[in-house]
Design a binder for this molecule. Structure first.
Ligand code: ZN
Length: 304
């Protein structure tokens, strides 16, 4: 599933590809992608004749800004945009096509069909679902240590599920939460309100650093993607914890361990990220150990 850095890379690429292009007509092959309006004829009629001005992002949502309308698009698991010449054959799973006046087409493909599109008048998209409940934006310059601490408040929730909650901080998924916690040397089961101020500071810095370098890594690949099919997708990053079960920690050499925290596959260096010992957390996690293992077995096949 794309996380913030991948969506940001798609945003930048898409912005280069479609800004200034005018929509002649729209074809909808799979109406279920459309959430607002959900009528394909109405959706197409609203867009025809309009010009894409820029592509912005809010959390993992793309905001495709047109003259007088905003298209909010979420790629979910497998959504992909690509720019094609209209003569190129249409591939399987192409659900929505924006035909431009210059003979090119923006095609939305989605094998899993979980992606969504909403149309709004400019500004309204931020006041209504799905964008209105989103938390702070970690790559925004307003994401200071104080803003981060205000967003998380005095919650006693384990830090990993708290960071995954899009109503608190947007854009962090399973991969980059594991990466940021490893960088900060914090165990994912530590309750937020038990972190020392210095640890909060380290975590804030690790989130910004992890996401920024992933965006940079994606950004460096943009050119080759644009020169090819115009297809955008996921990028490989050099990961420190996520997906490295059994491999040596890049800091200390201890094998990375996998467990389940809040129902999600979680990767931890047992030496760099000490399990919390104080309060209910340690007792609770010891008591729940058998159940956690049962959950772990169930989830092992999911590739988290
Ligand atoms: Zn380590």
């Amino acid at each position: 599933m794309p996380e913030l850095p991948e969506v940001e890379t798609v945003r930048r690429t898409l912005n280069q590809l479609i800004a200034g292009k005018r929509i002649e007509r729209v074809t909808v092959n799979l109406p279920r992608i459309l959430q607002k309006p959900d009528d394909p004829l109405l959706f197409a009629a609203e867009l025809e004749g309009r010009t894409f001005q820029s592509v912005e992002r809010r959390g993992k949502f793309l905001r495709l800004v047109l003259d007088g309308l905003v298209l909010v698009s979420h790629l979910r698991m497998e959504g992909r945009y690509g720019l094609y010449d209209k003569k190129e054959p249409q591939e399987l799973h192409t659900h929505v096509i924006f035909h431009f006046t210059d003979g090119t087409e923006l095609r939305y493909k989605d094998v899993r069909q979980f992606g969504t599109m909403h149309l709004f008048l400019p500004g309204e998209e931020l006041q209504a679902p799905p964008l209105n409940k989103l938390g702070v934006e970690p790559l925004d310059e307003r994401f200071t240590l104080d803003a981060f601490r205000r967003a998380l408040g005095n919650r006693s929730t384990k830090i990993k599920p708290l960071l995954l909650n899009q109503e608190v901080v947007v854009g962090l998924g399973n991969i980059y939460v594991d990466e940021a916690l490893h960088s900060a040397g914090i165990h994912p089961e530590t309750p937020w309100n038990e972190l020392k101020r210095k640890e909060q500071e380290n975590l804030h810095a690790a989130i910004v650093e992890t996401l920024s370098s992933a965006v940079e890594a994606g950004g460096s690949s943009i050119k080759s993607y644009v020169n090819g099919q115009g297809e955008m997708g996921l990028f490989q990053h050099s990961l420190k914890a996520y997906g490295r079960t059994g491999e040596p920690c890049r800091n200390c050499g201890t094998p990375i361990e996998k467990s389940v925290v809040g129902g999600r596959g979680t990767h931890v260096c047992p030496k760099c990220q000490k399990q919390p010992r104080t309060g209910n957390a340690a007792n609770g996690s010891a008591a729940r150990q058998p159940r956690r293992n049962a959950v772990k077995r169930r989830l092992d096949g999911e590739g988290l």
